[in-house]
Design a protein around this ligand. Structure first.
Ligand SMILES: NC(=O)c1ccc[n+]([C@@H]2O[C@H](COP(=O)([O-])OP(=O)(O)OC[C@H]3O[C@@H](n4cnc5c(N)ncnc54)[C@H](OP(=O)(O)O)[C@@H]3O)[C@@H](O)[C@H]2O)c1
Length: 274
């Protein structure tokens, strides 16, 4: 989902781009990673095991993609001198108290198997000696993958009432905006470090669902609030996924705009085939 929009954004910014799908490169294959990194100035890793619930029962498989893969990419970049942009997640931060956006230097306390494997990926990248940017994002939606707004749009057409959790708060973020931020960080020559690629402001899944339902022309009152306890899932979910944009501001790179405005811009494209 993110990788497709990233290739588009890099091409539009006049970069020469090699976009690789999983069929082109298995990031857990060291020799293959070395071969493709050669000759590139910048490597952006958007590959991941993203099935959060399945990771609970397949942690070893998730670890291979989310930790070993970034370690191999970072080692190859360290050898060749290429910059690495590695995409990470709010799940590495853990279940922090609500109220204040989480700064980029927060100590990691990963949540669930997915969080543990992604945190291991971050540490591998930092330990590699590569010139690396760790870019954490969250609550992603986009035209090129399954995502929450597409599911809500479909259910809004099929059902009379939608029940959506109100006690998880975060920053709905468009893949196009993350891709644009990668382009801007590279153009700015941002120093190695950890940055947060999420929309500004915050909301609950319940409120976001109402916004999506409005976008498809249905009455937002069809959405009823529920709680995480009533909607149990195999993997734990963070209740406060609100990431601060402190390190972006410190290097003079503008954070992504307010989530509601960005959704207004994104909704037609994202829901085109929903
Ligand atoms: N989606 C979210 O809400 C969200 C939130 C926070 C952070 N992130 C992070 O954002 C990044 C992009 O996520 P996304 O939503 O774009 O996920 P996505 O659509 O699931 O893309 C991940 C890609 O990685 C590929 N992949 C899996 N194993 C691989 C391997 N061994 N070698 C090479 N490629 C492999 C997948 O291929 P297959 O489809 O063939 O398996 C898929 O194309 C990830 O780092 C993710 O952890 C996502």
């Amino acid at each position: 989902m993110l990788g497709t929009d990233l290739v588009t954004a890099l091409l539009e910014a006049d970069h020469d781009v090699t976009g690789l799908s999983r069929a082109d490169l298995d990031v857990t294959d060291a020799a293959a990673v070395d071969a493709v990194v050669a000759g590139h100035d910048v490597v952006v890793n958007t590959a991941a095991w993203t099935a959060v619930d399945d990771a609970e029962t397949h942690e070893g498989d998730a670890f291979a993609v989310n930790a070993v893969g970034p370690a191999l990419l970072a080692a190859a970049c360290a050898r060749t001198g290429a910059r690495l942009v590695h995409v990470s997640t709010d799940y590495v931060v853990g279940d922090v108290p609500a109220g204040t956006p989480v700064p980029s230097d927060v100590p990691l306390a990963p949540l669930g198997a997915y969080g543990r494997t992604k945190a291991a990926g971050e540490w591998a990248v930092r330990a590699s000696g590569a010139d690396a940017i760790v870019l954490r994002t969250a609550w992603l939606y986009g035209a090129h993958g399954g995502c929450f707004p597409k599911t809500m749009a479909r259910l809004a057409r099929e059902r009379d009432v939608l029940r959506v959790v109100e006690d998880q708060v975060g920053q709905p973020t468009w893949t196009v905006d993350v891709a644009d931020l990668v382009v801007r960080l590279l153009a700015a020559g941002a120093p190695a470090g950890t940055y947060h690629a999420t929309s500004s402001g915050w909301t609950s899944w319940y409120e976001f669902a109402m916004e999506v339902v409005r976008s498809v022309g249905r009455d937002p009152d069809m959405v009823d609030p529920t709680t995480s306890a009533e909607f149990a899932r195999p993997a734990p979910r963070p209740t406060w996924s609100v990431l601060a944009h402190d390190s972006l501001k410190a290097v003079g790179v503008a954070p992504i705009g307010a989530w509601r405005l960005r959704w207004a811009e994104a909704s037609d494209e994202v829901l085109a085939d929903a």
